[in-house]
Design a protein around this ligand. Structure first.
Ligand code: HGY
Ligand code: MN
Ligand code: MN
Length: 398
């Protein structure tokens, strides 16, 4: 039987930079290496590999059939991400199946491009599978260098013409259980190693393009400037205030300024807004307030502004019956369990949104930090997570 530490030790170096941050952006060399690792695990465990036209990888124990139990997560990362976000769910899934060797078919899935770190739309593999994003829109997405997703797919042997909703594969998913490192401190504060998700918050991403007039930093009078960085700066602060007012969260973690010369006034400045909250209305309210601030500030500085929604995730409330069944199985195995919502997006929420019974397990993260190299989980808690997932799969696949 494969043990956690050796499987983890094989995956851990893939895409890790010197500072410990992970750079497994979709369809890059690091992602390709992680996908090759997935194939090797499937082969090692005698599982049949199926790679679908949307780039999702499925390892089947038993023959693919409708209504099967499916578990897994993703292997791609945000730029500079942590080690556990995604991979912990995939490794735990392989180990749980290896322990169980169930009589009924069970699949382990690696959903492609969950983070949207390169092409900007989150949970792309599961959205394409469920049809919640059209293949045409996805294929036309571009990365910072202007490479389209269609080009990246082709470079990885995928035919963009075959991407899109896949009802027959989706029909194989009778129930989906995703294990994930917690991205927060609730389990630490509760003093338990494993939790069960109640809900994923609605969240989205918006692009704000401010267009001004490039000019010389030294010879242009202040009164003559149309500097797009000024309304951008105002808008970043307005986003924070709007989130506080709405009981939501808003983040601007990515900026782009053109031409980006120290001694030139920018001609264009772009900010990407990530806004989330317990209710969709709160999130929409934040975006409305931010848009108003951006438009007013842009007008004040004689700058143009365009606000575009790039990605919207409706979030999900996980079904109470399945949640209770999962929590019972976990408590029976570990002696304790707690339930918690999350502000992080997950493929499980996309499947739940498509009507597939779905559940999530979280593993305690002592730092509570994620999307950063400081993300962590002890081996002991990871093993508790594998135990919990094994118990849940045993119950569901029995
Ligand atoms: O952005 C998220 O919440 C997830 O990590 N994709
Ligand atoms: Mn993530
Ligand atoms: Mn994740």
């Amino acid at each position: 039987m494969t043990d956690f530490s050796s499987m983890w030790a094989e995956l851990a170096p893939i895409g890790r930079a010197g500072d410990g941050g992970y750079h497994r952006l979709a369809w890059t060399d690091a992602d390709r290496a992680a996908r090759q690792w997935f194939r090797e695990q499937a082969r090692r465990l005698g599982m049949a590999l199926d790679e679908d036209p949307n780039g999702n990888q499925w390892a089947w124990w038993g023959s693919p059939s409708p209504g099967a139990v499916v578990t897994g997560s993703h292997l791609d990362s945000v730029p500079g991400g942590g080690a556990f976000d995604g991979p912990l769910g995939v490794v735990s899934a392989f180990l749980a199946v290896d322990r169980l060797r169930p009589r009924r078919p069970v699949a382990v899935v690696n959903f492609a491009d969950e983070e949207g770190g390169r092409f900007g739309v989150a949970t792309l593999g599961s959205r394409l599978l469920t049809g919640s994003i059209g293949a045409g829109r996805a294929a036309a997405l571009t990365d910072a260098a202007g490479v389209t997703l269609a080009e990246a797919w082709r470079a990885n042997g995928l035919d963009p013409g075959r991407a899109g909703a896949d009802p027959s594969r989706l029909g194989r998913v009778g129930v989906f259980v995703e294990l994930h490192v917690e991205q927060g401190r609730r389990l630490v504060d509760a003093g338990v190693p494993v939790g069960v998700a109640t809900a994923v918050w609605p969240h989205g991403r918006w692009r704000l393009d401010f267009t001004g007039r490039g000019d010389h930093a030294g010879t242009t009078r202040l009164a003559d400037r149309s500097d797009p960085v000024l309304p951008l700066a105002h808008t970043v602060l307005a986003a924070r205030q709007a989130a506080e007012d709405a009981g939501a969260v808003a983040t601007v973690g990515r900026l782009a300024v053109r031409p980006g010369a120290v001694n030139a006034i920018a001609s264009r400045a772009t900010a990407w807004l990530d806004a989330r909250g317990p209710e969709e209305a709160a999130v929409r309210g934040v975006v409305e307030a931010v848009t108003k601030s951006a438009e007013a500030a842009a007008a004040h500085h004689a700058v143009g502004v365009a606000v575009a929604e790039e990605s919207w995730s409706a979030g999900a409330t996980f079904g109470a019956d399945l949640r209770r069944r999962v929590a019972t199985a976990v408590a029976a195995r570990l002696g304790s369990v707690t339930e918690l919502p999350t502000g992080a997006g997950h493929d499980a929420a996309v499947l739940a949104g498509a009507g597939v019974p779905a559940a999530m397990l979280f593993v305690r993260n002592p730092t509570g930090t994620s999307h950063d190299p400081a993300e962590s989980a002890s081996v002991e808690d990871c093993l508790a997570g594998v135990d919990a997932l094994t118990a849940v799969l045993e119950d569901l696949a029995s």
